[in-house]
Ligand binder design. Structure first.
Ligand SMILES: [Zn+2]
Length: 244
């Protein structure tokens, strides 16, 4: 079963590549039907659509124009496959399995779009939130929905205050909307996710600032990574505070 989830993850991962690439570039999801080479626009053949293996066959280059294919593609495919298998391994067939699959799917798409284009497509966040709200309501975690609204509003206010102090945008709109998802899953532990992700992002931010003064780093992937860790390991803010 774990292998079936791995293969399913490969297929979904290759779909998420298309979703992240097209939505980040304001392209239609349905046209063209087949994936194309971003440089020469040649449609890919059936063999070139096979996840990971095609990358190895093609030695990382487009068959026609020999443009290098980004390592992001096989990486996202592998990441989705690995996390889908992990989700099944951790949850078996349960409601939590669906939540984990949504969470990791979102993670794969955001890693691609945010690292490459500094964008979290609204369409993706919207679908992820709708699906998660349904699952959270089935689990009767009604409070989480209310907390999610409080989370997105307080994040928005916090980001506004910081941007007034620093005189530049501290958090992107995509990150603020993503916080709704975090509140939905983690309830008050959304605050913990915020702290852990800042902690995780700090070395990257430091490195980028030293290298190039005006560049930014995407926050979304770190926020989701923190959310995933808290969700899987059931970390709790109150328990952690009681250790201090
Ligand atoms: Zn090409």
């Amino acid at each position: 079963m774990v292998i079936i989830f791995f293969v399913m993850g490969l297929i979904f991962g290759s779909f998420y590549n298309v979703v992240a690439y097209r939505l980040s570039n304001n392209m239609s999801l349905v046209k063209p039907k087949r994936s194309i080479c971003p440089k020469c626009k040649k449609e890919l053949g059936i063999l070139e659509l096979i996840p990971i293996f095609s990358y190895i066959f093609l030695k990382g280059k487009c068959k026609k124009c020999h443009e290098k294919i980004s390592l992001f593609y096989p990486f996202i495919e592998f990441l989705t496959a690995f996390t889908f298998a992990l989700s099944y391994h951790l949850c078996g067939f349960s409601l939590d399995l669906l939540i984990m699959l949504i969470m990791f799917s979102y993670f794969s798409i955001v890693i691609y779009s945010d690292f490459k284009y500094m964008i979290i497509p609204d369409e993706v966040t919207f679908i992820v939130i709708i699906l998660t709200v349904i699952l959270i309501l089935i689990k009767a975690l009604y409070w989480n929905v209310i907390v999610a609204f409080i989370t997105i509003i307080s994040t928005y206010v916090f980001a506004k205050i910081i941007s007034i102090i620093l005189k530049k945008d501290a958090m992107g709109g995509g990150d603020i909307k993503l916080m709704f998802f975090v509140g939905l899953l983690l309830n008050y532990n959304a605050i913990l996710a915020f702290f852990i992700s800042s902690f995780l992002a700090f070395p990257a931010a430091f490195y980028v600032t030293v290298k190039n003064k005006n560049s930014k780093i995407p926050f979304g992937p770190f926020l989701l990574l923190a959310t995933i860790l808290i969700y899987i390991f059931k970390l709790d803010l109150i328990t952690i505070l009681s250790w201090l």
